[in-house]
Design a protein. Structure first.
Length: 233
């Protein structure tokens, strides 16, 4: 594979994005390329198919929900989550995490604690050859009535603008009504997983996802089955 020069990295910086953050993602990808035996499977944001993405809730979807997780020691990945993320990435989907962390606004833990958890997750993801493009975090208390807390779709729209995504070709996966509605409010397809609070959410008549899946691995199977029905630009 040809060496990645600075000019190549600069081409990956979308207009309006936090360039330092995007550059850090690019450097992590470069590190993954060096570590894994099949670098061709590590996709880049400027690839022609990378206007597709999967947005993921964190607690209850990727990792077990222990109610306001604020310590790295509380992080337990849901079985098969890593392999599911790798399959989505290998299929050409950019991966984003969108998470409500009202524990910050409630004073249970700090924003730095959230960042520590994400750094820990990145270590686990790196080992599996998975790169999360960005973590979008709402730290506000529900009574703050902010514009970023799910089910509001702000972060999905932000990602679409910053990364050149076509939201009609994207998916939102989560275990709560707010996840499903955030995806639908942005024009993405929504998938309710039955991990975390998913079984309780399924009983809510307002929850009308495009698909119901046992877990992230099953959700991945459904997404990949939809590819044959999508027009590849």
């Amino acid at each position: 594979m040809p060496e990645i020069f600075l000019a190549d990295l600069l081409q990956m910086l979308p207009f309006g994005a936090d360039h330092m953050y995007i550059l850090e993602r690019a450097l992590r990808r470069h590190s993954l390329l060096a570590k894994h035996k099949h670098p061709a499977k590590i996709h880049f944001m400027h690839d022609q198919h990378r206007n597709r993405a999967v947005f993921l809730d964190r607690d209850g979807t990727i990792m077990k929900d222990a109610s306001h997780v604020g310590k790295v020691e509380q992080v337990v990945l849901i079985p098969h989550a890593l392999s599911a993320l790798k399959r989505l990435q290998d299929a050409g989907y950019a991966l984003f995490v969108i998470t409500n962390q009202s524990g910050v606004g409630r004073g249970y833990f700090t924003h730095e604690a959230v960042e520590s958890i994400h750094a820990h997750l990145n270590e686990r993801f790196d080992e599996a050859g998975v790169c999360i493009e960005r973590y979008y975090v709402c730290p506000h208390h529900p009574e703050d009535h902010c514009d970023c807390r799910k089910p509001k779709p702000k972060f999905l729209f932000d990602a679409a603008r910053e990364y050149g995504l076509d939201l009609s070709r994207c998916f939102m996966i989560g275990d709560r009504l707010s996840d499903i509605q955030a995806g639908q409010n942005a024009g993405a397809k929504s998938i309710l997983v039955l991990t975390g609070a998913g079984r309780e959410t399924r009983a809510n008549p307002e929850a009308r996802p495009d698909h119901l899946a046992d877990d992230l691995a099953a959700a991945t199977e459904w997404i990949l089955s939809q590819q044959s029905h999508q027009t590849i630009s």
